[in-house]
Design a binder for this molecule. Structure first.
Ligand code: HPA
Ligand code: ZN
Length: 335
């Protein structure tokens, strides 16, 4: 199954670039920038990755990104991710970044976006991995801060395909950001939002009805609401599910009880993603491997998940067909 997954063409649609910061690279960049990390060693940092909820992770995630200072740092971070997923036959990536996590500590929007974008452009050339960049608003901050961030993004519009919403979910419903998402839609950005990772089904309804999202990031708590499940299935609203993230952040107690099979039975358009792979113990293929046993190692379902990832991407219909055909060719060659 491992080798089937390894060569399966696939897309990643829920990936925080700051969440790909491996401890080894973090120490390297800290030394380059003369920054003292509050951890003694790579091993000590690894040991700190023990979370019982989203906020435990976010505290350490924001601490980690503090090491990123120069355009080269953002480039190196993004390049390291691309090298990893190139070896996993990932064919298309849509990457989140958190501009407020950088601007608020004095790093310019330009520094972050230019470093990330130039690495992705180089990755397209060298690995033939196509890409999109989605900037996320930090939902624990207020809407005015998000509006200022949207204004910073406008001069870089050609480098950014979409706008998302991440960080601490509880107490920060999508409704808090209705105005800024309306502005983002007017500016022509695609719209996504984290909803239903820890927050109630109501937050998913708000993401759909108020923000007018084109994908739901996570969406696990939709399982509590049969009416919502029917709607998500009817609209074929893509869900970017992140299995290793779910167990690491205790959204799901045990992978054996992951809702993925029930999501598929309910007819939802599910995709598999890694979220913050350096912190959650695996990149895209490790996430496919983690859920393979609970779908009885069914290659057709694994292939369906990969096809869903291309079909849910912000790419043209012809790009979708071309990439989906790669999955079909791969299956046909096996049989
Ligand atoms: N949830 C919310 N915010 C995040 C996450 C996540 O899984 N990863 C990085 N920021
Ligand atoms: Zn996420």
């Amino acid at each position: 199954m491992k080798s089937f997954i390894k060569s399966l063409p696939k897309a990643e649609l829920h990936l925080h670039i700051e969440g790909t910061f491996e401890p080894e690279l973090m120490f390297e960049l800290a030394a380059r920038n003369n920054i003292e990390l509050p951890f003694e060693s790579v091993e000590a940092l690894h040991k700190a990755y023990d979370f019982s909820q989203l906020q435990d992770f976010l505290d350490i995630y924001y601490q980690g990104m503090n090491v990123l200072r120069t355009e080269q740092d953002f480039y190196d971070l993004t390049w390291a991710y691309l090298e990893k997923v190139n070896a996993q036959n990932v064919r298309h990536v849509e990457i989140f970044f958190d501009p407020q996590g950088h601007v608020d500590r004095g790093i310019s929007f330009e520094t972050a976006i230019n470093g990330i974008h130039s690495a992705l452009t180089a990755g397209l050339k060298e690995f033939d991995i196509s890409f999109g960049i989605i900037m996320c608003f930090l939902r624990h901050l207020d809407e005015d801060d998000a509006i200022k961030t949207l204004e910073l993004a406008i001069p870089h519009k050609e480098k950014i395909i979409g706008v998302g919403l991440d960080s601490s979910e509880m107490g920060h419903p999508p409704s808090k950001f209705e105005g800024v998402f309306a502005k983002a839609r007017e500016a022509g950005f695609h719209i996504v939002a984290h909803a239903g990772e820890e927050g109630p089904p109501e937050y998913i309804y708000e993401a759909l009805d108020l923000l007018k999202v084109e994908r739901i990031d996570h969406g696990n708590t939709a399982m509590q609401d049969p009416t919502l499940l029917k709607r998500l299935a009817k609209e074929q609203m893509p869900l970017t599910v992140c299995p290793l993230s779910n167990t690491k952040l205790c959204v799901v107690g045990d992978m054996k009880n992951h809702p993925l099979p029930h999501m598929l039975e309910a007819g939802l358009k599910v995709t598999i993603n890694s979220d913050d792979p350096a912190y959650f113990g695996g990149y895209l293929n490790e996430n496919y491997e983690a859920i393979s046993p609970i779908i009885n190692d069914d290659k057709n379902i694994l292939a369906l998940l990969a096809k869903n990832s291309f079909d849910s991407a912000f790419i043209s219909a012809s790009e979708k067909s071309r990439l989906i055909a790669e999955v079909d060719d791969y299956l046909n060659k096996l049989s």
